[in-house]
Write a protein that binds this ligand. Structure first.
Ligand code: CA
Length: 231
């Protein structure tokens, strides 16, 4: 587990607001990254040197010094790590300042976690050598990015819970094949899960509400057997 996380990329999350910091750290770890964190500019400078992250997510408004100052210090020390700023401010002056001191872009608060993961993935794909392109599963206009966990129906981003994501991933890996409820239960829930196939029916209906809304339906019930996804 540890190795695959380091393989995916090491991130440093710098954010003084504990709830945002913890949410970002948990979500990015869930998405497969190795994550360390800092709450101040001073901690960020120390962590950027000791943890050698592949990318820094950096809040602009920090209690001791602002994010731009942190990057100036890093760059003057020769640390070239890519930086994505997190900012509630979206004024032109801030954008120019950030780009001048070597940032790789902005994420404006409030942000969606999918947006953060997609942006991080895009920068790392460019900056980490030898990284393979992410695996993108598609079915009709539905797409699922295995690495970034971003699911889209057309241009609409679909927000899924972890269990819903695993279920959709399993269906899409087996697109066009009928999967029994027992197979789904076995693959998507842990082997020692002490539930019955009713949980599969429930989660299929949650997924349908999010994925199969107004558009043509992709998730099909095969009566007496199970479910299948196909265009
Ligand atoms: Ca802040």
């Amino acid at each position: 587990m540890q190795d695959s996380r380091v393989e995916r990329g090491r991130l440093l999350v710098v954010e003084d607001e504990p709830s945002i910091r913890e949410l970002l750290c948990a979500s990015l770890r869930f998405a497969g990254f190795a994550v360390s964190s800092a709450a101040t500019g001073g901690e960020a400078l120390a962590a950027a040197r000791s943890d050698t992250p592949d990318l820094v997510l950096l809040d602009v408004m920090l209690p001791d010094r602002d994010g731009f100052e942190v990057v100036r210090r890093l760059r003057s020390d020769g640390v070239r790590v890519p930086v994505l700023y997190l900012t509630a401010r979206d004024g032109t002056e801030d954008r120019i300042t950030g780009l001048t001191v070597g940032g790789d872009g902005y994420i404006t608060k409030p942000f969606s976690l999918e947006e953060v993961i997609a942006r991080v993935t895009a920068v790392l794909r460019r900056t980490l050598p030898g990284r393979s392109d992410s695996e993108l599963l598609t079915c009709g206009d539905l797409s699922l990015d295995v690495e970034s966990h971003v699911v889209r129906r057309g241009s609409r981003v679909v927000e899924l819970s972890p269990t819903e994501f695993r279920l959709l991933h399993y269906l899409m890996r087996n697109s066009g094949r009928v999967l029994s409820k027992a197979q789904i239960l076995d693959q998507v829930w842990s082997h020692d899960f002490d539930g019955d196939a009713g949980v599969v029916e429930s989660y299929i209906s949650y997924l349908r509400r999010k994925v199969d809304t107004a558009e043509s339906r992709l998730i099909h019930t095969v009566r007496g057997i199970g479910y299948m996804i196909r265009p």
